[in-house]
Design a protein around this ligand. Structure first.
Ligand code: FES
Length: 95
């Protein structure tokens, strides 16, 4: 299935990139930008980001490295000072 129609990126390419990055560095934080970079491409319109991230999330190798888990609940400002309009929606939250 094509996930990004601007760059013709398929879900299988996203999963392959995640698996490759996780195998190369078990502690890396995998982002959509890193996947685009690994595939030698760059996003254009950004219209695919919701589906792109959803595709990433079903990959078992996407997990956050253990040393970075729990940072969100470690106290302090959860949104790092970003204004509400610039925050990513919580997973499962209605948009
Ligand atoms: S559809 Fe992915 S950047 Fe446009």
């Amino acid at each position: 299935m094509i996930v990004c129609s601007c760059q013709l990126i398929r879900d299988t390419e996203i999963h392959a990139a995640i698996d490759w990055m996780r195998a190369a560095d078990p502690a890396t934080v995998i982002t959509p930008g890193k996947i685009y970079h690994a595939l030698g491409k760059a996003p254009e319109c950004g219209g695919c980001m919701r589906l792109f991230v959803a595709t990433m999330r079903i990959n078992g190798n996407l997990g956050v490295p253990a040393e970075l888990r729990g940072l969100r609940d470690s106290g302090g400002d959860r949104h790092e000072g970003r204004s509400e309009g610039h925050r990513l929606p919580e997973p499962g939250a209605a948009s």
